[in-house]
Design a protein around this ligand. Structure first.
Ligand SMILES: [Zn+2]
Ligand SMILES: [Zn+2]
Length: 256
């Protein structure tokens, strides 16, 4: 795959990267909305969306997609990543956990007074939808490219030439997880409330509470750094228990 990718002419590379990012985003978004419909009993918030929410989320997705397509194309075309024959699984695991370590401080920095204006776009979605995940300002999208492209590039230069398949799988999994993970529905069972499990995969309620409350839960697919740095909400478990039992939250201010 590495030879195929780096051998593509610039117009074909642009076409393939656009098709992959847009195609995967559309499919994941469709799946997210389907899950919201099918699993109505597991709805997180029974609170109406803000007027025009889907419209500004679509514009935010456009910001994300344009920035990512351009940066990924530049990275491949200019050989920013050292691609080699490392194991795809090892590459995926290293990048996936690397991203969790990167995402928390980036997200927390975006909540700093100096940067929060770039993060407000993402937080305009108070009740999240599958379109919320990639809805963000251009500056925040650039921050995400450091995780999607900069981190793999740095990793490949510092440690070993990474697998192209592993990197593509890492990107695909993150795009899918971020989109579906913002659906207003709880897919995770009670197992995700267990301490050890939530360190690696907390329930959907976990990030939904971040959108409602702002200050806390800066991790997305891991609660590890929130726990270590005391930014975890104390009541997310009883809230998850309630949502999983089919009783959606009626107000964004609800506490348990
Ligand atoms: Zn979010
Ligand atoms: Zn935030």
């Amino acid at each position: 795959m590495a030879t195929w990718l780096t051998g593509l002419s610039l117009p074909w590379l642009l076409l393939w990267v656009t098709a992959a990012f847009v195609g995967l985003s559309v499919l994941s978004t469709a799946l997210g909305f389907l899950l919201e419909r099918l699993l109505h009993r597991r709805q997180i918030w029974r609170v109406p969306l803000d007027p025009g929410q889907y419209r500004f989320e679509l514009r935010g997705n456009l910001n994300f997609l344009v920035v990512h397509v351009l940066v990924v194309v530049a990275a491949i075309h200019r050989d920013w990543l050292r691609l080699g024959d490392a194991s795809p699984a090892l590459t995926w695991v290293a990048l996936y956990f690397g991203f969790q370590l990167y995402y928390y401080p980036m997200h927390r920095a975006l909540h700093h007074r100096a940067l929060v204006r770039f993060h407000r776009w993402h937080h305009r979605s108070r009740v999240t939808t599958p379109l919320s995940g990639q809805s963000m300002s251009v500056v925040e999208a650039l921050g995400w490219t450091l995780g999607y492209v900069g981190l793999p590039a740095l990793f490949s230069q510092l440690f070993f030439p990474i697998s192209a398949e592993g990197w593509v799988a890492y990107l695909a999994f993150n795009v899918y997880g971020n989109i579906v993970g913002h659906a207003n529905v709880e897919l995770m069972s009670g197992v995700s409330r267990r301490r050890l499990v939530s360190l690696f995969t907390p329930p959907f309620v976990y990030h939904a509470l971040h959108h409602a409350r702002w200050t806390g839960h800066y991790g997305f697919a891991s609660s590890t750094l929130d726990r270590l740095l005391h930014t975890e909400f104390s009541d997310w478990r009883p809230i998850h228990e309630r949502v999983a039992a089919g009783r959606a939250l009626e107000s964004l201010k609800e506490r348990a």
